[in-house]
Design a protein. Sequence first.
Length: 499
Amino acid sequence: SLASHVFALDAARVVTHKMARASRRSAVEVEQTPAVKLFVASTGWPYKPCHAPERPLLVFHGAAQTAPPSFLGKSGHVCRRYAELVCGIANPDHDNVFILDLSDVATPAEWRGELQQPGRATKSLAKWLARFNPVDATVLINGEDAGILAPVLRGSSDKWINRVVVAGQAPPKALAALNTVSISLVPQATLASLTEAFVGNGHDGQNEKCKPVDLHFVFVEFRLDVRTKQLVQTAQKITASVMQDVGPAELPPSVTEAPNVAPTPSGVSCTGLATHHLAAGMSFAGLAVQVLSSLVDGSVIRAALADVHGSIDALFPRTLQTQVVRGRFVSVTGRVISADGRLCIMGDRVDPHPGLREGYSAVRIGQRNASDHVRRYGVLLLRGDRGVLVRRDGGLQLPVAEARTHETSEQAATRAVAELCDIYEEEFVLLQDVAPAVMYDSSGERLVVTRIFAALATNPPPAGYEDEESEDEDDLYDWFPYHKIMARIPDDSMRKCVA
């Protein structure tokens, strides 16, 4: 009958849907298996994935060596730490440098064990190279890690690697085992010596034509296509994220001393928030986000979090390392802090979360990042027909300052007036029903966003105050009528805020 036929079709759809969901789960499980992370730094234009890249330059990172080499940057994402080296060894017109991060395959201690007896980690590396399938590659590897290559090469009949550049001292036994490839030794591994080692190998060392800001970075993942069952490469552009530190470069003392501070009561935390609701000094609970990146840095984890609206940098105690895992959806409880003028989440609790609403996904790393901009807060303080200008940096301007660690925007603006004008906070009131004016300065490395709040003096001028000629060059500030404010402020954006 027609009814039974329709029922059979519906049942088939349900089975197919269940099978597809199971396939997707299998693909996710394959992704989450500890494996090599591949980052590609490129000059000229971003790398596009290809099968069997010819004569690539592979840089091995994160294996047995614990002390970072001198040619490596001290902090930030692994791509940023290699940026200066890439500029030295890459062709400035167009080149790709493949950075293989092995830190997720095994710990340094486990890698040192693999040097003595190859095991699981070595097999994982060999399996990954078979997927990547390079042809006649040049490998740059730290001397202490050189021993991991020999068993990988012995187990393959393919010509994956043609030349190995060993940076630093390597055990003679490890070098002897690499008798099937060309070896270049750079005992004193510096930027200059490594640049010299790559001259004549397709890399001309003209680093004066290439600067870190000119580089393009992508993260390449190997995914199992559910329909074709083929392994495919997908490239995600990450330049905007990796070329800046995730979280503040230096933690403020108030953050490092956080264990001595009483926790914020949960009753005053905001709930039901998204990333575009976050503001300086806000305490929150239940922020549903996806972890886009996670990097252990000393006692903290630096992470990038995102939802459908935007992204933001975050700091977590290292004790939460097992919860703050790239790709996971989590519910975060914490506070929005300010460091170096940038907003950042200081998380103190992480719980599992089922994910975003069906049909929606988190933004890409670095997209609409609330931590990208430097934020400052100031006040236009009025009394009658006059406003306050402070003397600063040889000129006159509105009182403006960056927020301290746990301050809100209004607190930072109030403090700017109190400190720069040396007056008590009780002498004025912010006008909550007047929207702040916003100005943008893109002349520096980062966009600077300044919010100017309107405020009124709560007391009349002192006795004997002269209306027109009251300016005193020795005072921290003075009161000016509107036309003088507009004439004396040199910054056009600040004049627009006053207007």
